[in-house]
Design a protein around this ligand. Structure first.
Ligand code: PHE
Length: 442
């Protein structure tokens, strides 16, 4: 039976690093900075932190509990605790994996390009104007393919020898890179305006419903929640981990890196007097404004730019691995495929699905909105109902590996009442908005 032969992490560190690797990615450095810039600076940060603590953490713990408790991939895990009627939800998770990875790989391809530009050519003054050309078309697709092949090869290598080993090497490197860049950014003249912009709160934005929606979507995206990624990683755990502690660690690292990335991005942009460009380019903030900053920095721009984009590549790779693993583990468990076959076949299909996103950034942006506002937030709502109301003894399951049930009832109460209420409120706003942005495409 597939269940008996199930792969496992070889160490606690292996799991924790892989899970942090999943969480920390383009969401922290690309999405977080452009959303913050768009939605009132620290007002957005405050909402994002609140939602992460109140909604994100309980869902993260719920996913880990479902994975470890069932020792199965998402579709089977839901059937295990809730009966066959819940299997379709697992299929939705797999669909989300297809959708997100197909455009995530395209963005990761852009980061590959800029890393290569820094390495081989250096940034020049016109780089900002050429973003639209390099972000769309055959080149963008080609780099997406390169990135996907790397992702597939790692996932095909297995849980221990592929995913865990990659995370153990790359995640410490990422921490060092991001922290080093933040220290460097602090030495720049004129960066204070960037900190001010980043950290000053426009409190009125807190009551803006759109800001709340975006902050919720970002909390889910950044923590890899609502589509079974954390569930899948949890399914390779033995029964001795203290899951609440692991959740805190993962969320803490995720928030920490996002925050520190902001301390890199904003001082850089403001020190070079490029703050106007942030407002004019929304999701391109990172790929338009920063390369221009690196171009204008002179000689240091090249190594700094290289390290920055290399960090992005690393973050993107360890996140993409977890997206693909949701699909691959489902194909292994559900179709009886070998890991290699599942990784190359499913990964290949996802690569092809990236064509529309690689051809047009507006399509990419629309896919990102659909993924967040429908799939992740909707998936989170379903998960909270499932673990809060359907699953028999979630508190007993979370207590395994811990020495008590102290505040675990509070967790269940959050899942039962607070999380669904907030997510319903958010979805009520997010769904029509997403339809609008889809309609605008045609
Ligand atoms: N958390 C990843 C990031 O921040 C993206 C991701 C979303 C990964 C959902 C897995 C599942 O980049």
């Amino acid at each position: 039976m597939a269940v008996a032969a199930r792969e496992q992490w070889s160490s606690r560190a292996g799991f924790v690093f892989a899970a942090i690797g999943s969480a920390v990615g383009l969401g922290n450095m690309w999405r977080f900075s452009y959303l913050t810039a768009e939605h009132g600076g620290a007002a957005f940060v405050v909402l994002y932190l609140g939602i992460t603590a109140l909604i994100g953490l309980p869902i993260l713990l719920a996913e880990l509990v479902l994975g470890r408790g069932s020792q199965r991939s998402p579709i089977r895990a839901l059937a295990h605790f809730g009966g066959p009627a819940w299997q379709p939800l697992g299929l939705v998770f797999v669909a989300a994996g297809f959708l997100i990875l197909s455009y995530y790989g395209v963005i990761a391809g852009w980061t590959l390009r800029y890393t290569a530009v820094a390495l081989f050519a250096g940034f020049d003054a016109t780089i900002a104007d050429s973003f639209a050309d390099v972000a769309q078309g055959a080149d963008a697709f080609g780099l997406h393919v390169v990135f996907m092949v790397a992702t597939i090869a790692i996932v095909a290598g297995g849980v221990k020898r592929g995913i865990e080993r990659t995370a153990l090497v790359l995640m410490p490197l990422l921490f060092v890179l991001v922290c080093g860049l933040a220290v460097y950014a602090a030495t720049l003249d004129g960066g204070e305006a960037g900190y001010r912009y980043y950290l000053q709160t426009d409190f009125s934005a807190i009551f803006d419903r759109d800001v709340l929606t975006q902050a919720a979507g970002q909390a889910f995206f950044s923590l890899s929640l609502g589509m079974g990624a954390m569930l899948t990683f949890g399914s390779y755990l033995k029964r001795e981990n203290h899951l609440p502690n692991e959740s805190l660690l993962i969320a803490g690292a995720d928030i920490g890196i996002a925050f520190i990335a902001g301390l890199v991005v904003f001082p850089l942009i403001f020190a070079l007097g490029l703050s106007d460009r942030v407002a004019e380019s929304t999701m391109g903030a990172l790929f338009i404004t920063l390369p221009q900053a690196f171009a204008e920095m002179g000689a240091v721009g090249r190594p700094v730019g290289f390290l920055f984009f290399a960090a992005l590549v690393v973050g993107a790779l360890t996140s993409a691995i977890s997206l693909l693993e949701v699909v691959v583990s489902s194909a292994i468990d559900g179709l009886g495929w070998t890991r290699k076959r599942a990784a190359w076949a499913m990964g290949g299909l996802i690569t092809l699905l990236g064509i529309p996103a690689a051809w047009n950034t507006e399509i990419l942006e629309a896919m990102d909105q659909v993924a967040n506002n429908f799939f992740l937030l909707g998936g989170g709502l379903a998960l909270s109902v499932f673990v809060g109301w359907v699953m028999k003894d979630p508190v007993g399951e979370v207590a395994v590996g811990t020495s008590g049930v102290r505040w675990f009832f509070l967790w269940r109460a959050l899942l039962r009442f607070v999380v669904p209420a907030v997510l319903l409120f958010v979805l009520f706003d997010a769904i029509p908005r997403t339809f609008e942005s889809l309609a605008a495409l045609f």
